[in-house]
Design a protein around this ligand. Structure first.
Ligand code: C2O
Ligand code: CU
Length: 524
């Protein structure tokens, strides 16, 4: 005889088992659906990469009317009265001949930086950093990029220069990656004056780290010279002007102008030298000067108003950012411009330059220099956007992980910031993701209005690369005066590849270029 069964218990056990199975199935299906729905198509338009966000300005109603507008494609169809424009039409005057012409040949090569170890990288005209390009405000610059043998294809982006959109160099958005054996010609008028840089924007992380970048200096037009001084000869300018490109090559080799350790810029005692620091790395750094006081003349290609002498402080230099320091060579010896792990000695050949540890305090650009007119009235903003950076578990293109989020969504569930030409735009960038992000908007300059509620009280502080620490909130403003589809991303390049990127897009602008694994275009 079988023992009597405890009927209610076994019924509950049966039910619990079934419930567990059903819940497991639902969970698996949900995760499967999340995975499946995150997989990006093999080929798609940048305009499908986000949900249109009109920032309270016009456009929202038109987009809702045209098919619910789950993607910005409805917006792409252009609001009534807006002429649709293809990005390829957004170029410099094709009839104008170039004033400055440069050819850059990109090559895969083994590189040994002076004082360092060899690595497999890339060169432009046989060197890295590539040659420094110099032009004067108002000149038309033409750069022919020839890709000799970079198999992933390549492009050049003009970081900080507000070029016409077709010249922006973003593979899959403003052009196709230039395959090995082919070339592409970039043409733009240098409307700004200042320190900028160029770099690959195809497979950016490996290509930039490996060497596809260089500096570009735009000199003010002689008549724009505030001092009204006679136009200086370029040879003289060369002496008073030192480019200082900071880069960490594979193997953690920290360099300045491609040299491991000390680079040198010859200058006479008493000379004032404009040192143009460029941070081409993915992480923020800082600079300080030993042996001389200095002034901060410019940030991200914008001269500061009323710069005052600084000593005993560092200057922050975010990823992709630039600062121009005025360094006066001491009467004896030399000044040393230092960044962690590298330095530029400025002074007579062989002069002794002391070394000092980094000062503890940094100059706060929110309060440095004196206020001046900005030409922007943020109180009359046409649109206000939020760019909240966070982090969440989920899937990015089918890959599970703990991914960056923008306004709570993982790419492509991110906002596409829609604007019209002429708009004044205010954007609030906040970061609760646990890490610092150097945020970079293409094609425009951002005016810093406030940080954590504290208003900017010094010189107008214009940036194209903004260091946003965990816990910080910046309010910035810009004038939408350069139609196109513009990346707005983190310049820590692995972060961008991990989804911390979106676009500012002008209503009515369309792109024929495609992104995705089947296209060969991979801007990050
Ligand atoms: Cu310096 Cu989107 O880049
Ligand atoms: Cu980042």
């Amino acid at each position: 005889m079988l023992p009597p069964r405890n009927a209610p218990v076994s019924r509950w056990a049966w039910f619990a088992r079934r419930l567990a199975v059903v819940l497991a199935l639902i969970g698996t299906a949900l995760v499967g659906w999340l995975w499946w729905s995150s997989v990006l198509p093999g080929s798609y338009s940048a305009m499908q990469m986000g949900k249109p966000d009109y920032g309270g300005g016009p456009g929202a109603d038109d987009a809702i009317m045209s098919h619910g507008a789950h993607t910005a494609q409805a917006a792409e169809a252009a609001a009534p009265g807006v002429q649709p424009v293809d990005v390829t039409e957004l170029v410099a005057d094709p009839g104008r001949t170039a004033d400055v012409r440069v050819e850059l040949v990109a090559r895969t090569e083994q590189v040994t930086p002076p004082g360092g170890e060899p690595f497999e990288g890339f060169t432009l005209n046989g060197q890295t950093p590539g040659p420094t390009i110099r032009a004067t405000q108002g000149q038309l610059v033409e750069v022919v990029l020839r890709n000799d043998d970079v198999t992933a294809g390549t492009t050049l982006h003009w970081h900080g220069i507000d070029v016409p959109n077709a010249m922006d160099g973003v593979a899959g958005v403003t052009q196709d990656a230039v395959p090995a054996g082919r070339s592409f010609t970039y043409r733009f008028v240098a409307e700004q004056a200042g320190t900028f840089w160029y770099h690959a924007h195809q497979a950016s992380h490996p290509q930039v780290v490996g060497g596809l970048f260089g500096a570009i200096v735009l000199e003010p037009a002689p008549e724009a010279d505030a001092a009204g001084s006679a136009p200086s000869e370029s040879a003289v300018q060369g002496a008073a002007d030192a480019v200082a490109v900071v880069h960490t090559y594979p193997g953690g080799q920290r360099t300045l102008n491609g040299v491991v350790g000390d680079a040198h810029h010859e200058a006479a005692p008493g000379a004032a030298v404009r040192v143009r620091l460029v941070n081409t790395d993915s992480t923020p750094t800082s600079a300080w000067v030993t042996g001389a006081a200095f002034r901060i003349l410019a940030v991200d290609g914008h001269d500061l108003s009323g710069p005052t002498p600084v000593s005993g402080k560092t200057v922050d230099l975010t990823a992709g950012g630039r600062v121009d320091l005025e360094v006066s060579v001491p009467a004896s010896g030399a000044a040393r411009v230092e960044v962690p792990g590298a330095s530029l000695v400025v002074g007579p050949d062989g002069a002794r330059a002391d070394r000092a540890p980094a000062p503890r305090q940094a100059v706060d650009l929110l309060a440095y220099g004196s206020p001046a007119d900005t030409g922007l009235d943020p109180t009359r903003a046409d649109r206000r956007f939020r760019y909240d950076i966070g982090r969440a578990p989920g899937f990015l293109d089918g890959r599970p992980g703990y991914w960056w989020t923008i306004n709570g969504g993982i790419l492509p569930a991110v906002p596409m910031f829609m604007v019209d030409e002429g708009d004044t735009v205010v954007m609030t960038v906040s970061n609760s993701s646990g890490e610092v992000h150097p945020m970079h908007l293409h094609g425009h300059h951002l005016l810093v209005l406030s940080r954590d509620g504290e208003r900017s009280s010094g010189s107008p502080w214009w940036v194209d690369s903004l260091n946003v620490e965990h816990g910080e909130t910046y309010e910035v403003a810009f004038l939408a005066d350069n139609p196109g589809i513009w990346m707005d991303h983190c310049h820590n390049l692995p972060h961008a590849a991990e989804g911390l990127m979106t676009h500012v897009a002008y209503s009515g602008v369309t792109t024929p270029f495609r992104l995705g694994r089947d296209t060969g275009n991979d801007p990050e």
